[in-house]
Design a protein around this ligand. Structure first.
Ligand code: F3S
Length: 396
């Protein structure tokens, strides 16, 4: 990879060990992917925060950065950690885990990274405009940023996103190049999608069928934020799709050509719903993968009109700023009065979840990861159905 004189000097250590380390990581990445050069980026989002997934190795890597006085030079946000930073005891988190988790977050914070810990940084100010180059490392957020904002990011690792944040640059390869952003397959949606979970099912199906190919979705109208969050998270989980287009709403223009195509019709959607439906009563209902928005907390506060059944838990995951806004509107108080819990800074997949038999969630991504990452069998339903079941009601 070509380096400018200034970049060469950084690699030689003339700007300090922290930048040399970051440059070494980006050069290795750039060389591996045959990038021609480094390009400037506007912002970064760093995953690899939970002590559950990173362990002591993560602490060692971060200590190296911190000891060398690393500082980020662009807006940089942080993915969910392994616990609610205030109410971790309520989640069953042990003291040792909590102190190591706090140490990880404090180290990131000392580098100038916002310590908000959320997988929806785009709801918290880390946004982009069409064509901006960024470096994001949460798969659902990568697909969201590329597809909703028209930003340009690869699926970064936590380490490469951190190195990019320290240098304000990333190697120019993959989705930073227009030729690699052209749709490769088409998906015709011939089904009525009525809620974000339906969009998640469609995303799951696309990821399963097309792995990492870029799809263009046809016969579908523009999506709102909740629908885009859900479909992005699902297609990045069942496959590794980093970008999708909606026919008439594409941020970028390209020549139409004959593409391999699948059709998702109503029958197919109903079969998917059936496959994901619970086959026994759940003992926990979980909402907030990706992290719940203020509008979701508002909906829950309105629909949760009777107490949570004493046969189950109802846990909701979001970020502290979103909880604060919802609190100022009275939504949090209403939800908690009904017996549900709202946890911040973490998520059901990266925290050490207590043992449950079956989780019901509105998130197809959570259903995908809970059995392997948290050893909890899981099923999906719409937000409305999840809330009814949490109240102990039967679905019609
Ligand atoms: Fe976010 Fe965790 Fe789901 S990071 S997208 S809540 S798996």
């Amino acid at each position: 990879m070509y380096l400018s004189r200034e970049e060469e000097k950084i690699l030689q250590g003339e700007s300090g060990e922290a930048k040399r380390l970051a440059m070494k990581i980006l050069c290795a990445l750039g060389d591996f992917f045959h990038a021609e050069k480094l390009i400037k980026i506007e912002s970064s989002h760093v995953s690899g925060v939970s002590y559950k997934t990173g362990g002591d190795a993560l602490i060692e890597v971060l200590e190296n950065f911190v000891e060398n006085k690393s500082k980020t030079v662009i807006t940089t946000s942080l993915n969910p950690s392994g616990m609610d930073r205030t109410n971790w005891k309520e989640m069953g988190v042990k003291d040792d885990f909590a102190s190591k988790q706090n140490k990880i977050i404090e180290m990131y914070q000392s580098m100038g990274i916002f310590d908000v810990c959320s997988c929806v940084p785009y709801e918290l100010g880390n946004v982009a405009k069409i064509g901006d180059h960024i470096s994001f490392s949460e798969s659902s957020a990568v697909t969201f940023m590329n597809s909703f904002f028209g930003a340009h990011t690869n699926r970064e690792s936590g380490l490469s996103a951190l190195a990019s944040a320290i240098l304000g640059k990333t190697p120019q390869y993959g989705l930073h190049l227009p030729d690699n952003r052209i749709p490769e397959v088409a998906v015709e949606i011939d089904a009525k999608l009525t809620n974000p979970t339906d969009y998640g099912l469609v995303g799951y199906c696309i990821g399963k069928n097309f792995s990492s190919k870029i799809p263009i979705l046809q016969k579908i109208s523009s999506m709102d934020i909740q629908q885009t969050k859900s479909i992005s998270a699902a297609m990045a989980a069942s496959g590794s799709i980093p970008l999708f287009y909606i026919n008439d709403y594409a941020c970028e223009k390209f020549e139409e050509k004959d593409l391999e195509k699948i059709i998702i019709d109503q029958k197919h959607l109903e079969e998917l719903k059936e496959d994901f439906a619970p086959t026994s009563p759940p003992d926990i209902v979980m909402i907030g993968c990706p992290h719940a928005s203020v509008s979701t907390l508002k909906t829950i506060s309105e629909l949760l009109e009777s107490p949570v059944s004493n046969r189950m838990k109802f846990w909701i995951f979001t970020s502290r700023p979103i909880r604060l806004v919802a609190e100022s509107m009275g939504y949090v108080q209403k939800i908690e009065r009904m017996g549900a819990k709202i946890f911040c800074d973490t998520c059901p997949v990266v925290c050490p979840m207590p043992s449950f038999d079956l989780a019901l969630t509105d998130s197809i991504k959570a259903v995908h990861y809970l059995p392997t990452m948290s050893k909890i069998e899981s099923a999906a339903g719409s937000l409305e159905d999840c809330i009814k079941i949490a109240m102990g009601r039967k679905l019609q």
